[in-house]
Design a protein. Structure first.
Length: 339
């Protein structure tokens, strides 16, 4: 009986989480997921994959992924992209799949400053299987038993499909970038109950960063490679969806080809840190042939505790066709190497 009640509570927590969007610790390495305006922002063709395994220490798994590709048309100042997002939670076999098409337009504001405006149209499907789930309506506390059946209102076809719309802006120059995105502008109904509405809240995201070029000197002498690129980048991503909000903030050090990063996810305040979630470490490589690889690990610092959840593992891959830049004799314009 006690085990079934814990399963019910876990399902309620998972359902509450899945009512919100999935998140990636390496948000800067998932540009199309972060903001539709990033479509074509690299000014070349690129393909990428992000995969996240959250809380592997729990009996029930929660994995998510994002696969994308985009291309830039310089003669049209336009970028296009395609993205496939998905997630799965094993307790109720909750699965989310989204296919999105993206378009962005680049507006030049100066010699080295640009504004990208992007839009995304999506078609999403959510499915679930409640056969192994204990709902509150089945619990008979007085007798200490679980009544069979899920009760009225649970449809046989436990699948929801809907169209969606997202939009965003991104400004950048040689050193800094600042973006704003809004997802789920249609606020679709995602409830599985026949006579209930559960509108998916709009997800707002404000994100930005700044890149510092490290000066040559002792570091160059030590590595004996004066051509090696070295930068220090700081970035943040504030997210708000419904009653939930959160902030990712951190730094990354790039000693070509090595990437080292450290991030904090939570929401600081003058009264303490009421929304602690994770400390995140990153190691990766950014190669001159256009291949970027990153691995990050979330160390849980919330009340769920690291020993219970096992943290979270995340991997990102991206390949950019850099020869397109060489042929046009231009350089990557965005000030952070991960974009």
């Amino acid at each position: 009986m006690e085990k079934k009640i814990w399963l019910f509570l876990l399902f309620m927590v998972s359902g509450r989480l899945l009512a919100q969007d999935v998140q990636f610790s390496q948000f800067y390495a998932a540009p199309l997921f972060l903001n539709p305006a990033f479509a074509g922002s690299a000014e070349m063709t690129r393909v990428g994959l992000n995969f996240r395994n959250q809380w592997p220490g729990l009996d029930q798994t929660f994995v998510s992924y994002s696969v994308y590709a985009d291309h830039f048309f310089p003669e049209k100042n336009s970028g296009i992209g395609i993205i496939i997002n998905g997630s799965r939670e094993s307790l109720a076999n909750l699965q989310n799949t989204e296919l999105g098409l993206l378009y962005s337009y680049r507006l030049r504001l100066g010699d080295a400053s640009f504004l990208h405006m992007g839009i995304q149209g999506s078609y999403a499907t959510r499915s679930a299987s409640f056969d192994e789930v204990i709902l509150s309506t089945q619990l008979d506390i007085d007798r200490g038993v679980v009544n069979p059946g899920l009760g009225p209102g649970i449809p046989d076809d436990r699948q929801k499909s809907f169209a969606d719309l997202s939009a965003g802006l991104i400004y950048y120059n040689k050193r800094a970038w600042l973006g704003l995105s809004t997802h789920h502008l249609t606020q679709p109904n995602i409830s599985y109950l026949e006579f209930d509405r559960d509108n998916l809240p709009i997800r707002y995201s404000l994100h930005g960063g700044f890149k510092f070029d490290l000066k040559s000197g002792a570091i160059n002498d030590y590595f004996n490679n004066t051509e090696q690129q070295r930068t220090l980048s700081v970035a943040f991503n504030y997210k708000n969806q419904g009653q939930f909000d959160q902030l990712d903030i951190g730094i990354e050090l790039f000693f070509e080809p090595l990437i080292l990063g450290f991030w904090y996810r939570g929401l600081p305040s003058w009264k303490g840190l009421p929304n602690n979630e994770a400390l995140i470490g990153l190691v990766g490589f950014s190669l001159s042939n256009g291949l970027d690889v990153g691995y990050s690990y979330d160390f849980t610092i919330s009340n769920l505790a690291w020993r219970n959840t096992g943290g979270a593992h995340e991997i990102s891959f991206r390949y950019s066709f850099v020869e397109q830049l060489w042929k046009r004799q231009v350089q990557r314009r965005l000030p952070t190497f991960r974009y």
